[in-house]
Design a protein around this ligand. Structure first.
Ligand SMILES: *Cc1c(COP(=O)(O)O)cnc(C)c1O
Length: 232
């Protein structure tokens, strides 16, 4: 318990300082606590310490936790398969990982059936490695155009995962690039594509991410410690 409380305090202070350095208020940056491989009792400890937003990257794993942690907002941050869309929309406030038109259409279909627009971020792959998830920057304009035609979608921002770097500073150019992309695309004024949010920054690189304009950071290890499985 003490470990978690201390980690949280350290993270909140670093977040607040970075927000102020970027000309914003601490409350302008949402801390999304990533709870993959974290058990429910420990998640409840984090919630008792004031954490309001939780992130999971696999529906299968998240499913058993969802109903057991009341009063929080869940964020879906992992690769999303079309056959999980229905369930994800039932429980998650925001999908961070829209990366292709077929998925956008599936989300739109279920959102309209539910009678409630789905809030999404588009994941952008800035690593130069085509095997990674996310739309390539060159394909982003066309994907956003496709999204703008779907009345059940609200594209509220962009998300990225910086490639591993020896120091946090190594990630900064990727965050700067995402900020620029959002600015460029916002100017097009596409319908239902507001792009107010940037989800960027993980345990190793959240300080430069916030300095470069992140409105959401997704932190696992910095709060809960190393994951046993060690998966990313
Ligand atoms: C696991 C994960 C995180 C958190 O990673 P940490 O390095 O533990 O902070 C953030 N975003 C995504 C998409 C993840 O899968």
């Amino acid at each position: 318990m003490e470990g978690l409380a201390q980690n949280l305090e350290r993270v909140r202070e670093a977040l607040a300082r970075a927000a102020v350095r970027s000309g914003r208020r601490p409350e302008d940056v949402t801390l999304v606590a990533v709870t993959k491989e974290v058990q429910v009792p420990r998640i409840l400890e984090a919630v008792a310490l004031g954490v309001t937003d939780l992130g999971e990257n696999r529906y299968q794993e998240a499913r058993e936790k969802l109903g057991r942690v009341p009063g929080v907002r869940w964020h879906f941050i992992g690769h999303l398969q079309r056959n999980k869309v229905k369930y994800v929309l039932e429980s998650f406030e925001l999908v961070h990982s829209l990366d292709r038109a077929a998925l956008a259409e599936e989300i739109d279909r279920h959102a309209r059936r539910r009678g409630r627009p789905a809030r999404v971020l588009v994941q952008v792959n800035l690593t130069g490695d085509p095997r990674r998830h996310g739309v390539l920057p060159g394909d982003l304009p066309r994907l956003l155009e496709a999204c703008a035609l779907l009345p059940g979608l609200r594209v509220e921002g962009l998300m990225t995962i910086a490639p591993p770097a020896p120091t946090p500073e190594g990630a900064r150019p990727y965050f700067r690039r995402l900020f620029e992309l959002a600015q460029e695309q916002r100017q097009r004024g596409l319908e239902r594509v507001s792009l107010d949010h940037l989800s960027m920054g993980m345990s190793d690189d959240f300080v430069p991410a916030v300095e470069e304009g992140a409105t959401m950071v997704r932190l696992g290890r910095a709060l809960f410690g190393e994951r046993r499985g060690g998966r990313p």
